[in-house]
Design a protein around this ligand. Structure first.
Ligand code: CA
Length: 229
């Protein structure tokens, strides 16, 4: 699956090597040389995953991981720490700071790509082409089709992405701004009301199949897809 990846690495040759390999694997890559630079980049762009060097000038990779985890906008972005330190206590410190994985330098490109795929499958399921569903609702991202009890549901492309995101993150509440980040990304033009409009269109499309009730409004918080009574 192709993802948007931020590489934070202060050594240009290593940064270049990683980005070339990731681009060859189909990912879209942006790079930063320090945590501070990465932090300002994240103000305008949210990647699907961050590859983060431990030893950086200024804020360290571990400190930056803690910062990412403390901010609502970046809390859920998977982080893989890269480090020449292979002591067990360093790995534990990295994982305790909130990193999803820890890779010891030097590593092969193949290992890095494989580890990225594992994390993306687990943490960013909306990038996967796997068929997903809840109850009689089935979403096929490869074919871009939705059915309820086998009957096709016609959706616009935004409603399709919104539904796919919600189905892959069922039973969790997302604010309108979180939905904008995950479903629209940096291309978003509009305001929170735009989200309400697309939710309303999605519910209307699901109404004939009797599935509109799964898209819940959570007062004061946002929306969730839930099949719980
Ligand atoms: Ca470094």
């Amino acid at each position: 699956m192709a993802a948007q990846v931020l590489i934070v690495e202060d050594e240009p040759p290593i940064q270049e090597l990683i980005s070339v390999n990731l681009r060859q694997a189909g990912h879209v890559v942006q790079c930063a040389l320090a945590a501070e630079e990465a932090h300002s980049l994240l103000g305008r762009w949210l990647p699907d995953l961050i590859l983060l060097d431990w030893m950086l000038p200024g804020m360290s990779g571990v400190e930056f991981t803690r910062l990412l985890r403390s901010e609502p906008r970046t809390r859920d972005i998977p982080v893989i720490l890269l480090s020449a330190r292979d002591a067990e206590r360093d790995k534990i410190a990295g994982l305790e700071a909130g990193a999803d994985d820890y890779i010891t330098k030097p590593f092969s490109a193949r290992e890095l790509i494989a580890r990225i795929s594992v994390i993306l499958r687990r943490r960013v399921p909306q990038l996967s082409a796997e068929v997903v569903g809840v109850g009689s609702l089935v979403v096929d991202p490869a074919a871009k089709t939705v059915t309820v009890a086998g009957v096709p549901v016609m959706l616009g492309s935004t409603e399709f992405r919104l539904l796919h995101f919600l189905v892959t993150h069922a039973e969790r509440v997302y604010s309108r701004s979180q939905l904008i980040d995950h479903v629209w990304g940096a291309d978003f033009v509009g305001d929170n009301r735009t989200v309400d409009v697309h939710i309303s269109r999605l519910r209307s499309a699901l109404t004939p199949g009797g599935m509109d009730g799964i898209i819940r409004t959570v007062r004061g918080s946002g929306y969730s897809l839930s099949v719980r009574p």
